[in-house]
Structures are given as C-alpha cells and as structure tokens.
Design a protein around this ligand. Structure first.
Ligand code: SIN
Ligand code: FE2
Length: 217
C-alpha cells in the first residue's frame, strides 16, 4: 500500500554533488532535454561539421569538435583562441540554439552563478578510446564567468584535478544528462577526460557528445 502523499510531485531533483567550493555535478540536469539537444547538435554539425583540430605542438586531437554561438574555440599551429568564423568554411559559427542558452543559464544558476550568458558553445564528440588530457580552460578573456559542461551519450570518466597539473586528480563518472559547473575559486582547475570505454547509448550510438558553454568575449 502507498500513502499517495508524493504521487503528484515531480521526480525529486538529485542532490548537487559538490567537487569542491565553486564546482558541482548536477546529475541528470539535462536528461529531459537530451533528445532536443542532440537534434540541435545535428543541425549545428550540418552547418559546421565536426573536425579534428591540431594542437600548437602539431598533434591531431582525438576528440572531434565544432562550435555554435558568436565565438568558437579553435586550435591550430599558431595557438588556441576564440574566433567568430569557422576556419574550415569561412562562415560565422551557427547560432547558439535558444535551448542551449537557457540550459546553460539554468545550470549555472543552480550552481550559484545567476545570470550566465554564454557566447561560446564548444561541441566535443568522443568515441571509445578518445580522451582529453588534463588542461585548464584559460583562453577566455575573463575568469569571472563559470564553465557549464553537459554530457550526452555514452559515459566518461572526468578527471577533476587541482590548481597544478601535477595535483592528484579525482575520477568522476559522467552519464547522459549530467551537467558539471565550475567557477569562482574552482574556475582554473585542471580537468580532463580518460579514454572512453567501448559502449553504446540508445541516443548516440558509440559516442559521447559534450557541450561546453563559456563566456569568452
Ligand atoms: C572540456 O574540458 O573541454 C570538455 C570536458 C568534457 O568533455 O566533459
Ligand atoms: Fe576544458
């Protein structure tokens, strides 16, 4: 028998998992939007196809990337930077879908950063075996704004490090719909993604899509 007291309440939001002051994992925060987000990623990639950027050191990145919004993150032999134009096509990056902007704003607010208005969305596409080595997000003009990072598709192990590259990094599983937000005292933490394990997800096949929202201009 059930008392029925909670029958018409929405599913409880999961408790935020704080990694440290300023940095939090919001489990399932984007789950309900996942199908729409992935459809919109398809639209972005139709205009600005995924590509493997080259690092300043000349290495091809294993993660495929594209962007939407006024500014896109790019890397080539001359360095890392943000720019308004897709270097592959010469056209402006596709517009950031309103749904993306709202999700980024809502997640930032839930993490204690109200009023977040991203102007850059980097879209990362991972396949099993691909990884992102430890790095800081430091190509933005201003570190006052947080980073909002949305995980879709197959799971990944996120590395959450410290202020120095050599600091011990903790391993945080990220699943379809999870959102990580970091800013304030945690804004310049080293982070990365371990090589993805073989997996399949109904929404993406053997892929993980990550949306990283930033205020870069
Ligand atoms: C990034 O650090 O740019 C992406 C992190 C992720 O894929 O979860
Ligand atoms: Fe990053």
């Amino acid at each position: 028998m059930t008392l029925g007291l909670f029958d018409d309440l929405p599913a409880a939001a999961q408790a935020p998992e704080w990694l440290e002051p300023g940095a939090v994992v919001l489990r399932g925060f984007a789950s309900d939007l996942a199908a729409e987000l992935l459809a919109a990623v398809g639209g972005v990639a139709a205009a600005a196809p995924f590509r493997h950027l080259v690092t300043p050191g000349g290495k091809r990145m294993s993660v495929a990337m594209t962007n939407c919004g006024p500014l896109g993150w790019i890397s080539d032999r001359s360095g890392y930077r943000y720019g308004p134009v897709d270097p592959d096509t010469g056209a402006r990056w596709p517009a950031m879908p309103a749904l993306f902007r709202q999700l980024a704003r809502d997640a930032a607010e839930a993490a204690g950063y109200p009023g977040f208005a991203p102007d850059a969305c980097l879209v990362n596409r991972y396949e099993p075996g691909t990884q992102l080595s430890l790095h800081q997000d430091r190509d933005e003009g201003n570190y006052a704004h947080p980073i909002v990072s949305v995980s879709l598709g197959i799971p990944a192990v996120f590395l959450w490090g410290g202020a120095e590259r050599a600091d011990k990094a903790r391993r945080v599983g990220l699943w379809h719909g999870d959102v990580v937000v970091w800013g304030g005292p945690a804004r310049l933490r080293f982070h990365g993604v371990l090589p993805l394990a073989q997996a399949e997800h109904a929404a993406t096949g053997a892929r993980r899509i990550n949306l990283t929202f930033r205020k870069a201009g």
